[in-house]
Every structure is written in structure tokens, then in C-alpha cells.
Design a binder for this molecule. Structure first.
Ligand code: AMP
Ligand code: GLY
Length: 425
């Protein structure tokens, strides 16, 4: 089979490497791909949001299957266009991708169908939003309605900060039109868990649970980033909690989307907080998480291609989806200064990855046969081992064999999870 994967980050590299384990994946194209993905797929360049280019590439290379990985082309309706041209796809249509691209939509969906989430109000008028934050309990969470590269969420401890957050989104349009509508919600506390799932609109099969590390610096300090590292499984997510999530969150969400005439096919990501009152949804993403994918897929023992084809055909209930009992860790090596200003263009020295180790390239270009840094998050060093401490140790040992100027990483990926494991004993 010929497969086109849309996207060009570490997540897509992990998807492509996993797809290649199935002998039927004879050729993989990536749009745009990146300098590192080029070792595993034919990279077409261009932009992941270019729907015309994706349709043209699918036709030109006569691909049998398309995987659309990032949120923005999904929100723009890339799957709808590809399907209209007769291509089988993995990924939700535009009317289902809205579960991520509009927080107002997803909050109203959860309210309507009784899915546990933080209490909230939606505002489209500045004055009303300001009046609300003048009286609501603190801290309070202010969110831009639309996509904002993971940055449209502000946790405000004071009224002053909440007013400033509302103004920055609604008046100054810090996140453009994404902030025309804001969601203001109750502040929740508890461990966070990311659960990615496969769903064909009827059946939902959760993957191994993950823990992301979103802040830039050790000890969960510093700015929010796209994710500085992940571990799986997440020790806070017990089998009892998993059963509760299936009954109260996963199945109700899939049924709700179907009932709304927006059947969701693809990977639905549940961002959960395990509160004292039980698990609640913090956010939905309409796609694989990055860098959650870099730990979930290495633990997948079944064929990703087979599962994706089943999702697309609506036969997921018959597919085998089996995860290993082992643990995985992925450490992100970033460019110093990320998520703010950073320099790029430094050569990367990659060691050979051993068994159960993978290097997933996120931000690199190839120039004259050399791999050069080109992004904030440059790559992920991932390892699988018998248990979490061993996976963390191996991932760091791999990361420490990779070199480029201005490389930086958190040194405490997995530490909180290992503490939770100790406490469980
Ligand atoms: P989101 O972009 O919705 O994933 O939000 C980014 C991060 O903000 C989440 O991973 C949480 O750590 C935090 N967050 C979002 N909503 C809430 C909430 N209602 N209460 C506490 N923290 C939140
Ligand atoms: N790692 C969080 C996300 O992919 O949204």
C-alpha cells in the first residue's frame, strides 16, 4: 500500500515508523515531513494545511490511504476534501474536528450530554466577561475559544490577571479570531492524564494512558510548551479510573458526537484531570497528542496500519488493539530559549538507536547531507523498558548521546510519575 501522512513533527515521525512495521506499508509519503522523517518516508515539503496540495499528492502518487495528523488541516476540512475525491482517510471530518477547534462547542456538548467537566460560562461580549470575572471564585481559567497553538489558556490567580486575560483575548486579539469568544471556567486540581483513543464513531478503544510535561523547566516551572516529555502508562490512571472514564466520558462522548450528526473517526484525545470528585475532561483534541504519540505507539503491539484501516472502514470492533505491559519515556530535546526566542541551524549528531529506542525528529532540515536544527522542539529520545524507572533511564541515556549546539531538555521527565508509583506501593 502507498500511504500519505500529513504533518511534519515528532508525532508524525512516530506514526510513520509504526506504520512501517506492517509489511503492507510499501511506500510512505509525508507532507511536508522534515529532514529526519526523510530517513523513513518520501518528504514532499510544502505545508500541512495546504488542502489542494494534499489532494494533488494523493492523486499523483495514487495513494491507497491518507493519515491527517495535525489539528489545523483537520479543522479546515482536509479529510472531507480527500474523501470527496475518493481517498480513504484516518482523521475526523471538519464537523467532528470542531470538538477541538471550538472550546465553546466542546463545553456545550459536555453539558448537554452530562459528561463531567469544569463548570463554565461562554462570552462573546467583553463587558459581560469582565463583569463575570469581577465576581467569580478564584483562581479562574480563561480560554480562547479557537485553536491557539496550545497557548490560549490562562490560569488567573487574581481579578486583575483575569481582567487582563479577558482583555488580551477579546480586545487585543492576542490569539486572533480564536479569542472572539472566550470560555471562562472553574479551576480544577488533581493529576492530569492524557488518554488517546482510536474510534470509528461507534467503538472506542483507549490507548495506553500517558503523562505529559507541559512546562518548559524542571519542577513544572516556566512557560507552557507543546510538551517537553512524556511517560506511559500514567501510574495515576488505575484500572478503576479507566473503567469509570469509559462509562462516564469515552462512550458518552462518542455517542454524543454521533447523536449530533458529527460521528468522530480517527484519534480522539481526552485530556483528563483526576479530581477529588472523579475524572473530568479538561480538553478534547481531535488528533494524536505530541509528544504522547511518541510513547503510546512504541507500546502498541498490534499493527497501526490495520487499526487505522479499520477505523476508516468502521470495523474497529473487529480489529486487534493490544498494548505491551512495558513502560515508555520520551525526552524532548529543544533549542535553548524555546518556547520563546531561539537560534536554529545547528548540526545534529545522531547516534544509532538501539533496540527499543527511537529518535523522533520534530524540527530539523536536511542540508548538504547534514541534519540541522530548525525548530523549538528539535527531537524526542524515546525508550521502552520493563518498568518506568528503566524506561526513563534509557531515554535519558539516549538523549545524552545526541548532540547539537544550544540543546536543552528537562531532567525530570517521569519523576512525578515515579513518585506516584512509590506512593502506590
Ligand atoms: P488546554 O489547552 O485546555 O489543555 O489547557 C492547558 C493546560 O491548562 C491543561 O493541561 C491544564 O494543566 C490547564 N488547565 C486547563 N483548564 C483547566 C482547569 N479548568 N483547571 C485547572 N487547570 C486547567
Ligand atoms: N501534548 C499535548 C497535545 O498534543 O496537545
Amino acid at each position: 500500500m502507498k500511504i500519505l501522512v500529513v504533518g511534519g513533527g515528532g508525532r508524525e515521525h512516530a506514526i510513520i515508523k509504526k506504520l512501517k512495521e506492517d509489511a503492507r506499508a510499501e511506500k510512505i509519503f509525508a507532507l511536508p515531513g522534515n529532514g529526519g522523517i526523510a530517513a523513513d518516508a518520501v518528504c514532499l515539503g510544502g505545508s500541512a494545511t495546504d488542502i489542494l496540495a494534499a489532494v494533488a499528492a494523493a492523486k499523483r502518487y495514487a495513494v491507497d490511504f491518507v493519515v491527517v495528523a495535525p489539528d489545523d488541516p483537520l479543522a479546515l476540512g482536509m479529510v472531507d476534501e480527500l474523501e470527496a475525491e475518493g481517498f480513504a482517510c484516518f482523521g475526523p471530518r471538519k464537523n467532528a474536528a470542531v470538538i477541538e477547534s471550538s472550546k465553546a462547542f466542546s463545553k456545550d456538548l459536555m453539558k448537554k450530554y452530562g459528561i463531567p467537566t469544569a463548570a463554565y460560562e461562554i462570552f462573546t461580549e467583553l463587558d459581560k466577561a469582565l463583569a463575570y470575572v469581577d465576581a467569580c471564585p478564584l483562581p479562574v481559567v480563561v480560554k480562547a475559544d479557537g485553536l491557539a497553538l496550545g497557548k490560549g489558556v490562562l490560569i488567573c490567580e487574581t481579578r486583575e490577571a483575569a481582567r487582563e486575560a479577558v482583555r488580551s483575548m477579546m480586545e487585543d486579539r492576542l490569539f486572533g479570531d480564536s479569542g472572539a469568544t472566550v470560555v471562562i471556567e472553574e479551576f480544577l486540581t488533581g493529576p492530569e492524564v492524557s488518554v488517546l483513543s482510536f474510534t470509528d464513531g461507534e467503538t472506542v478503544v483507549p490507548m495506553v494512558s500517558c503523562m505529559d510535561h507541559k512546562r518548559a523547566l524542571d519542577g513544572d516551572q516556566g512557560l507552557n510548551t507543546g510538551g517537553m516529555g512524556t511517560i506511559a502508562p500514567n501510574p495515576c490512571y488505575t484500572s478503576e479510573i479507566a473503567a469509570e472514564c469509559m462509562e462516564k466520558i469515552f462512550l458518552p462522548t462518542i455517542r454524543a458526537m454521533k447523536a449530533e450528526g458529527r460521528p468522530f473517526k480517527g484519534c480522539l484525545y481526552f485530556g483528563l484531570m483526576l479530581t477529588a470528585e472523579g475524572p473530568k475532561v479538561i480538553e478534547y483534541n481531535c488528533r494524536f497528542g505530541d509528544p504522547e504519540t511518541q510513547v503510546a505507539l512504541p507500546l502498541l503491539e498490534s499493527s497501526l496500519l490495520e487499526i487505522m484501516l479499520a477505523v476508516s472502514k468502521g470495523t474497529l470492533a473487529e480489529a486487534e488493539v493490544k498494548f505491551s505491559e512495558k513502560s515508555a519515556c520520551c525526552v524532548i530535546l529543544a533549542s535553548k530559549g524555546y518556547p520563546e526566542k531561539y537560534e536554529k541551524g545547528f548540526p545534529i549528531t545522531l547516534p544509532a538507536a538501539g533496540r527499543d529506542e527511537s529518535i523522533y525528529i520534530a524540527g530539523a532540515v536536511e542540508k548538504d547531507g547534514k541534519l540541522l536544527t530548525s525548530g523549538g522542539r528539535v527531537l524526542g529520545a524515546a525508550a521502552v523498558a520493563e518498568n518506568l524507572p528503566a524506561a526513563v533511564e534509557r531515554a535519558y541515556a539516549l538523549a545524552d548521546r545526541i548532540h547539537f549546539d544550544n540543546a536543552c531538555c528537562r531532567r525530570d521527565i517521569g519523576r512525578r510519575a515515579m513518585k506516584a508509583l512509590e506512593e502506590k506501593k
